[in-house]
Design a protein around this ligand. Structure first.
Ligand code: 5GP
Length: 237
């Protein structure tokens, strides 16, 4: 399948149309951004690593009956997937407190949460992705029904129920992650975007070392080595 027309360019990906109106191609870029685009850089090979990691994780989720947009990886930087109408809600799943949860609520960094927390952020760069409750989401018309919000939460928990134990077998703690969902041509809610160290936090189970985009956000260096290590652990079954 060939790229045709550029439909959208985001911070980490370009989306291209194809000859099939229901299928699009994501091109994973090497660009890195943080703090709502204020911090920028680029790391050669990062896009390919995220494409490969996402491919493996989407396959794992499909094997566990979680519907995703994934069709196939085309080459190092390109993924073919279903076209979907994006739901402008970032669904954040947390197993361990860190990042904005610790900052906003004063929960100790590294504290294992008593249960998995699912939060919604409004996917809106101009507003800095603010927190949403269900009423906000309905008033904004981000979804039509409360049932759909419940479904997003349920699906996000299902993803966590697959990924958390999976990463535990790889010696990685799945600390938290951000998911995006969309509606496919039949109106079904499916998991979209990517699942990679750009939108998940992974801590090495032995050393606590950060193996994700926090290496860039916090200026720790060694981002590519960490992403390669995540991919290697996924591939070495
Ligand atoms: P926090 O709210 O602590 O900054 O992020 C929680 C989790 O969601 C982290 O794994 C982080 O990578 C992910 N996340 C939250 N917002 C975004 C976003 O706008 N872009 C990306 N790539 N990840 C996000």
């Amino acid at each position: 399948m060939e790229k045709k027309e550029l439909l959208y360019e985001g911070k980490a990906k370009k989306i291209w149309s194809t000859e099939d109106a229901n299928l699009v191609i994501s091109e994973f870029k090497d660009d890195l951004t943080a703090f709502n685009g204020e911090k920028k850089s680029s790391e050669a090979g990062k896009g390919a690593l995220n494409n490969k990691i996402s491919t493996e994780l989407f396959k794992l989720l499909a094997d566990n009956k979680i519907p995703t947009h994934f069709v196939e990886m085309l080459d190092d930087n390109h993924m073919l997937h279903k076209k979907a109408d994006v739901i402008l809600i970032e669904v954040i799943v947390r197993n361990i407190a860190t990042g904005s949860l610790s900052r906003n609520l004063g929960i100790e960094d590294g504290k294992v949460l008593p249960f998995t927390l699912v939060e919604f952020d409004y996917k809106n760069d101009d507003l800095g992705d603010p927190k949403l409750n269900d009423q906000h989401a309905l008033i904004l018309g981000l979804v039509d029904y409360q049932d759909e919000l419940d479904k997003l939460r349920r699906m996000a928990r299902q993803v966590n129920d697959v990924l958390k134990p999976y990463f535990a077998t790889k010696g990685l703690n799945l600390v938290d992650f951000k998911l995006e969902f969309g509606k496919d041509a039949d109106g079904n809610i499916i998991l979209i975007d990517e699942i990679s160290p750009d939108n998940c936090r992974f801590w090495d189970a032995e050393t606590g070392e950060k193996m994700d985009k926090d290496r860039f956000r916090q200026g720790l260096g060694g981002l590519k080595v960490a992403y390669e290590e995540v991919l290697n652990r996924i591939l070495n079954k």
